[in-house]
Ligand binder design. Structure first.
Ligand code: GSH
Length: 258
């Protein structure tokens, strides 16, 4: 039976999984979902999130757990390094990208595409975002060192995890500096068929994303302000944004969906 991935084309977490599945040559089908409505297809995730991987009767949620699952079930070609330190490093980079990095991208979208702030508040949050991204880029640049990929000579797990977020930062007009090692890594990533296919799908999903933003602006659905996203929004001075979203009912927190 074919694997089914429940995804949204612009989700960096779904993109990470699709790139990994494609790098491992694992066939799968994609099934979209509308995050602005309570789609029963997401019920298998206690957090109401995508990506969700359906393998027969089993549903696996959380992109990092999905990557562990596919690596365990289809070990070759391996995306995880074999040595313990290499594995720890890949997991650290993934944690940093899916947590603090994604939070900056998410909050930037909140005050631009999702129109939760304007004027001075928007400008100061965007300035804070640029500074957070520079810090994240510096860390990634240092992790990359002189190697072509985050795991060394070959594309691996950490590369799958970093790519969607660096690409989103570029989409939000903060690309890695010209001439930097991270910019060269991004150019190498963009040559890979797994990445190209995933990005073509993302491009086709832009209209869907904009429609989603309209639905949230109209208070019909809740954006998930969880852990790092909430931390960063508060740190960047956006407490009033959170309060307003709660008053309008178009923000939810993390944890289990009720
Ligand atoms: N830690 C999760 C995060 C997944 C996540 O945040 N997915 C978002 C889409 S990018 C989602 O499904 N959000 C649910 C919502 O907006 O209600 C993972 O790695 O899979």
């Amino acid at each position: 039976m074919a694997l089914v991935l429940i995804d949204v084309a612009l989700s960096p977490f779904a993109q990470k999984v699709k790139i990994a599945l494609r790098e491992k040559n694992i066939p799968f089908e994609m099934r979209g979902t509308d995050l602005t409505v309570a789609d029963p297809v997401r019920a298998a995730s206690p957090r109401g999130e995508i990506p969700l991987l359906l393998d027969g009767d089993a549903a696996i949620w959380d992109s990092s757990i999905i990557l562990d699952y596919i690596e365990d079930k289809w070990p070759e070609p391996a995306l995880m390094p074999k040595d313990p330190l290499g594995r720890a490093r890949a997991r650290q980079i993934e944690e940093l990208c899916d947590g603090p990095f994604e939070a900056v991208i998410f909050c930037t979208s909140e005050v631009t595409v999702f129109r939760r702030a304007s004027g001075e508040l928007q400008a100061s949050i965007l300035a804070e975002a640029k500074s957070s991204l520079q810090q994240l880029f510096a860390y990634l640049e240092q992790q990359l060192g002189e190697q072509p990929y985050f795991g060394g000579a070959a594309w691996g797990r950490a590369d799958c995890a970093v790519f969607p977020h660096v690409m989103n930062a570029r989409g939000q007009r903060t690309p890695p500096a010209d001439g930097s090692r991270l910019a060269a890594w991004l150019a190498r990533a963009l040559e890979r068929p797994s990445v190209q296919q995933t990005m073509a799908e993302a491009k086709a999903g832009i209209a869907e994303f904009k429609a989603m933003a309209e639905a949230y602006a109209g208070s019909q659905a809740k954006r998930q302000y969880r852990d790092y996203r909430l931390d960063w929004m508060l740190k960047a001075g956006g407490a009033s944004i959170v309060q307003e979203g709660l008053a309008k009912g178009n923000i939810r927190f993390g944890g289990l969906v009720g």
